[in-house]
Design a protein around this ligand. Sequence first.
Ligand code: PMP
Length: 410
Amino acid sequence: MTDGGNVKATDPGEALRSAGVVYADYQSAKPVDPRVVEAMLPYFTEKFGNAASLHGVGDVATQALEEARARVAAFFGADPREIVFTSGATEASNLAVAGYALRNRRKGDHVIISEAEHISVLTLGKYLEKQGFRVTRAPIDLYGRVNPKKLRARITDETILVSLQWASNEIGTVQPVAEIAEMLDGTGIALHSDAVAAEGLLPIDTSAVPVSLLSLSSNDLYGPRGIGALYVRKGVQVAPQLLGGGQERGLRSGSEDLAGIVGFAAAADIMAAEMPAEVERIRAIRDRLVERVLSEIPDVHLNGHPEQRLPNNAHFRFEAVEGEAMVLSLRDAGIAASTGSACSSKTLEPSHTLISCGLLHEEAHGSLEFTFGRWSRMEDVDRIMEALPGVIRRLRSLSPLYKTSAPAEP
Ligand code: PMP
């Protein structure tokens, strides 16, 4: 929107309200905070330089790039030299998992990847197998958690890398990353964690948790999409996966997306200032939804861990109802929710995470995920609960699988 020649970013909350939409799918995509957009704008026009150039316009870009790197590093308790900017978390995980395994192959050929990982990391497991590595999938329990003792039992002399997400983008379960990082510290086995789902919701401090590699994304802090970073602890060696001009200390060639990186840093600054209050506000909205769904709708279960879960995540399983049918019916009522992972929503396969938790296919198919964020309001829960019980009743009335517990007519 323009205002007398000045570009003004629209407030996402107002935009959703005026469109009559309740957005409860923050895990799939977050709006960019208008304050972040403001911070980025000069880097498209007057500060457009390339950090690789030797002239003054390039110097402005170099300075902005390094300042942004320092601010992103500070948010994660890191040294600026430990941050490699990438195009997002998928690329960061490629650099971490493939880059670490290929670089450190002479130390061993065994990698452990948890069954709860995002599709980007799971696919890297298959890639490494094709490259001749042995890949063990660490199982998860009913609540989606890896048991550190069971993980330890899978370590061999050949193990070089463990990949365990910080928290699930799907069921919200938080993994014992700190405990496993302590367990592996000093063993020579690297720990990679995909921290995307936890960013901005849980403190992620590399100065307190001895993790080796962390995949990060800007959008999860309300920065732009298409920009992310890999945290690489000092001394940890990875082989670059993009070759070219040698940017990012040779680890990620290609001109840096300066506006995106400045946006990532602005988002991190805002999050650092607002996170404690914001998380409590979001948690209260989520708690209210969970309480109302479990008490007002029959035959529904909460997936994921009851306590060790992200504060914005409510993930339910409704008996005898299809997730897609629920999402589409809610869509008609102006509510944006999800069946689970947006990244694999175009497949008809049930969620791999829920199957690994021990759910049957038909149970996993009945899942519905709500995730709240910066522009969510308590009234959103009322809107959801005006629609959801009726949606479930209608879909169950059409479902041959649903048996009511009402006594049979005499
Ligand atoms: N990991 C997790 C947990 C995710 O939710 C996502 C998708 N937002 C990714 C990785 C991939 O991120 P990107 O789209 O930035 O590559």
